[in-house]
Design a protein around this ligand. Sequence first.
Ligand SMILES: [Fe+2]
Length: 310
Amino acid sequence: MSSSIEETRTADEARLPAISPAQSEVEERLIENVLRSFEQCTEPRSKQLMQSLVRHLHAFIREVRLTEAEWEQSIEFLTAVGHITDDRRQEFILLSDVLGASMQTINVNNEAMGNATEATVFGPFFVDDAPLIENGGDIAGAGAGQPCWVEGSVSDVKGNAIPNARIEVWEADEDGFYDVQYTDHRVSGRAHLFSDDEGKYRFWGLTPTPYPIPHDGPVGQMLEATGRSPMRASHLHFMVTAPGFRTLVTHIFVRGDGLIKSDTVFGVKDSLIKDFEEQVPGVPAPDGRELGDRDWSRVRFDIVLAPEGA
Ligand SMILES: [Fe+2]
């Protein structure tokens, strides 16, 4: 047995309830057999991933003394997660999100770099090929909600403007629904645009509102059974790409939102909380848009991209 297996075994044993030496040996022998089954794998990363997964999975089973009924229930749960997933609903991403696994993977892969904008969860509602809008255009489409003027810049960590960065934006309507949740398949609340020659961008969207993650499926049942809320803090999604820079997947959150501290997917970072300034009817819009008797809001989000490979 290699030293890393020995170390893991020692650490695992420290968390185990009292079991007889004979029983412990039976359980450990099985782990060693399973680990050995991957020894001939010629792809080192696959071997590492699978052996580590086996170690942690068995450590979990042994630590909680998983019952056979619980194991069956787990299989039924994962099967239900698979059955409800299709090309418009991604229950596995939801599951990863509410367990904090998505956020931890983001943390591991996007170490903070100076003043670069922080990343957060991707979420299940991004769609490829969202419509292109010009700077100053409107992403809301037929989605209902309070108009929100969003503007900012895209720059590198030294403050140099990044022109022509691709900016994908997507958000829910005022009822908390993304367009992919509509039954008529219309596109709204999403678009892409490009930063201008000075690295600036601007568009009309909707003031973000809180919404529950889809909770009519197995993930929702798990949240309810464990006394957790399905609510997400209000947010607007961004994905920003430019050659030579690390792709940024993030949101901005609304300062003052009561759900900031209890976001069900653990996505909030302080640096991403922004002031959405409420504007009363009659205040002229930045682009001269006629808003009549509507109130509206505005927010500034300056985006700083980390260099690729940082
Ligand atoms: Fe979202």
